[in-house]
Design a protein around this ligand. Structure first.
Ligand SMILES: [Zn+2]
Length: 157
């Protein structure tokens, strides 16, 4: 079935904003490759259209499954996709830095995160992976996994 093409504005309007119940929902694991790809395509389109966004969780655009997409490095094009990410290791070292969120525009908050994390996840191609992330990438993954668990420290009162 042909998908109706969306305008940039329509893609960006998919982002659920403060108060939307999707943001307070704990997302379910996913194991349907067709649905995974549909969700990933939507997420990449939306994140690609944002000027400032570096990461997106599926429930931020209304898909209540455990998928995150992020831009791993400002200088490198492309997106990093994780299906069913689970943080399995965390460094004792913490860093406190400002964070923003596409669902809470105009707000930045200093948030303490683990500097280094180890994450189990499935890739877009279906491979099971364990990878380490540090610094900004670790911060983004921790932020997006919070979303999948139904909360966001940037938006927390
Ligand atoms: Zn966010």
């Amino acid at each position: 079935m042909a998908r109706k093409r969306k305008t940039q504005k329509q893609w960006l309007q998919m982002i659920r904003m403060e108060g939307n119940p999707c943001l307070a929902t704990r997302c379910k694991p996913i194991s349907d490759p067709v649905l995974e790809q549909e969700i990933i395509n939507d997420m990449v389109a939306v994140l690609g259209y944002t000027k400032t966004g570096v990461g997106l969780a599926a429930n931020q655009i209304g898909h209540l499954h455990r998928i995150i997409v992020f831009k791993p490095n400002k200088n490198i094009p492309g997106f990093f996709v994780m299906i069913n990410p689970e943080i399995v290791g965390r460094s004792n070292e913490l860093t406190n830095r400002p964070e923003g969120c596409l669902s809470y525009p105009g707000i930045t908050k200093n948030i303490t995160r683990h500097e280094l994390i180890e994450v189990d996840f499935k890739t877009e191609r279906g491979a099971m992976c364990t990878s380490k992330f540090h610094g900004m990438n670790a911060r983004i993954v921790q932020h997006e996994v919070d979303h999948l668990d139904g909360f966001c420290l940037v938006g927390a009162k």
